[in-house]
Design a protein around this ligand. Structure first.
Ligand SMILES: NC(=O)c1ccc[n+]([C@@H]2O[C@H](COP(=O)([O-])OP(=O)(O)OC[C@H]3O[C@@H](n4cnc5c(N)ncnc54)[C@H](OP(=O)(O)O)[C@@H]3O)[C@@H](O)[C@H]2O)c1
Length: 287
């Protein structure tokens, strides 16, 4: 495994194992330069979403790098305000990104109407507007429901919160059996930073002469789970990409896995439609 390693999705598309996340990365120069910096350090994937309100800035960062389009992989996600018309959602995301297609288009959450929205994603994929399609924050029963509702395409990816405190072992196992790649969001544990400060992770990192973040990210990579750490700081963007000069032993992996307490910080996706309107992020257009 190295920084260029890709995992093959169930439709043959090859997805990088490492990407830059840009949730809560402010639009404008911060997002643009984070993307440009990541590409300079060898990342070849960026994970954005309509609701992050930074797609235009991400597009600018991608263009700054002057790389051939086929060399990098862009993911965006359909927000609830577009679940009634996923085509409109994707076309508008493409316009903001300045792209003709995205590599991966995800339903951001199993919001009401996700079954119908997924069928439209299948059509958008046939038309070439997205090379791969998938879901995010889906539990096993949501994925099973897609089949019951006539989905022909097994989701290529399920992006879920996944880190040593929330290993999603059952879901990862199910996805492996069904040829769905699991992509870990909040792979460092999210904004709260508890995980990089965990003394068990720190002592293993010291022993291996790497950083806590590198131990945590490497743990998911060795389980076959794609990681998309977010940072706006060049030195951390670099640190989070240096994952390929060391290997965890099975004992190390087991020790990290023992931290799991099924601690999910994100909303319960079964309750997402009950989430109070006022607590959802608001869409703010970029310049
Ligand atoms: N599908 C979904 O519903 C969903 C939900 C959440 C996230 N995501 C995606 O997943 C990506 C990553 O998840 P996330 O942003 O929630 O959390 P994360 O990547 O687990 O953690 C990000 C936090 O860790 C800090 N950090 C980054 N590198 C570090 C390092 N080497 N050492 C110490 N701290 C470090 C960052 O601060 P600085 O920026 O200041 O470095 C930030 O506070 C998102 O950006 C987004 O693309 C998807």
């Amino acid at each position: 495994m190295d920084i260029n390693s890709r995992i093959e999705l169930n439709n043959g598309v090859r997805m990088p194992m490492l990407g830059l996340g840009v949730f809560r990365t402010p639009a404008g120069e911060v997002a643009r330069s984070a993307v440009r910096t990541a590409l300079e350090y060898g990342y070849r994937m960026v994970d954005t979403a309509r609701i992050y309100c930074n797609e235009k800035s991400v597009g600018r960062g991608l263009r700054d790098a002057h790389l051939p389009r086929e060399s990098y992989f862009v993911t965006t996600k359909l927000w609830r305000t577009d679940f009634d018309d996923p085509r409109r959602g994707l076309e508008q995301s493409l316009e903001r990104l300045g792209l003709d297609y995205v590599d991966l288009f995800l339903l951001h959450w199993p919001f009401k109407g996700y079954e119908q929205a997924y069928l439209v994603l299948e059509q958008l994929q046939r038309e070439g507007l997205c090379r791969a399609i998938g879901v995010s924050n889906f539990k096993i029963h949501h994925i099973e429901r897609l089949k019951e509702c006539g989905a022909k395409v097994t989701p290529q990816v399920n992006q879920v919160e996944c880190h040593p405190q929330n290993d999603e072992a059952e879901l990862v196992n199910y996805c492996r059996q069904h040829n769905i790649v699991v992509e870990a969001y909040s792979p460092l544990g999210g904004e709260a930073q508890c995980l990089v400060n965990d003394p068990r992770i720190k002592s293993l990192a010291d022993y291996l002469k790497v950083t806590p973040a590198q131990v945590i990210l490497r743990w998911n990579l060795q389980r076959g789970v794609v990681v998309i750490p977010k940072s706006v700081r060049a030195e951390r963007i670099k640190e989070n990409s240096q994952l390929f000069h060391f290997e965890l032993t099975q004992d190390d992996i087991d020790a990290i896995s023992s931290i799991n307490t099924n601690l999910r910080r994100a909303y319960d996706s079964d309750l997402i439609d009950q989430r109070p309107e006022s607590t959802f992020p608001k869409i703010v257009e970029e310049d």
